[in-house]
Design a protein around this ligand. Structure first.
Ligand code: 6GU
Length: 227
């Protein structure tokens, strides 16, 4: 997978790519690149944003700046780019990120993530350049960068080779294997600590019983109770 992040803060991702599962995915041939919005701005002094028409607080990322950055990097009109690859605007008004969307994105060969700043994007960026708009939760962040990292983290750990154990991503919280329910609880050594014992079944070595117990636990944790 090739992941590109269009951002005003490419340096933020220097740390991110040192995370082990991200580094593993990159070592396995996947790519994570950043595009600096300021590098290609047609405006003087590295300007990228402007005050909102109609008034109001904050600054809005300009559509001409995003156009120039995408055009310089991909060599095509950004209006056509979204037909070739997933172009995702990160915005609190977007589709809420969940395990299903993560799986969907993990199957894409190429993704571009657009990070807004300040008050966000000029709406024409979302309307004309993006194929999707995605939000990571019902709260407002100061910019899309942390949301982009959340998307990259969740997507990249689904890629083959990212996790140490190939099964780890399969039967985990909210996965289809668990019918979209939260994961069962985990325990490790010591088997007893301050009188708190690990459930006996996990120490029993009976794999069928362990599987049944985990299903049961996972079911008990589900918010949407459906038996
Ligand atoms: Cl994707 N961006 C911003 N700025 N805030 C958010 C978000 C995205 N998702 C939740 N809050």
């Amino acid at each position: 997978m090739r992941l590109d992040v269009v951002t005003l803060f490419p340096g933020w991702f220097d740390w991110f790519v040192t995370q082990r599962h991200v580094a593993n995915a990159l070592a396995a041939g996947h790519e994570l690149r950043t595009l600096d919005l300021r590098e290609h701005t047609p405006l003087s002094g590295g300007q990228v944003d402007d005050t909102p028409f109609g008034g109001g607080a904050g600054m809005v990322l300009r559509v001409d700046v995003m156009d120039a950055a995408l055009r310089a990097h991909y060599g095509v009109d950004p209006v056509d780019l979204r037909r070739e690859r997933r172009v995702i605007a990160l915005t609190p008004g977007g589709r809420l990120l969940d395990d299903r969307l993560v799986d969907e994105l993990a199957r894409e060969p190429d993704i571009t993530l657009l990070c807004g700043r300040y008050e966000g994007f000029d709406e024409r960026i979302v309307e004309h350049f993006a194929s999707d708009a995605v939000s990571i939760g019902e709260y407002v962040l100061a910019g899309g960068e942390l949301a982009a990292m959340v998307v990259c983290d969740a997507v990249m750990r689904k890629l083959p080779g990212a996790l140490g154990h190939s099964d780890s991503a399969l039967e985990e919280s909210f996965s289809v294997a668990l019918d979209g329910r939260p994961e069962y609880p985990h325990y490790t050594r010591p088997a007893e600590y301050r009188g708190w014992r690990v459930p006996d079944v996990l120490l029993s070595g009976h794999h069928a019983a362990i599987r049944a117990w985990r299903r049961e636990q996972s079911r008990g944790r589900g918010a949407a109770e459906d038996g």
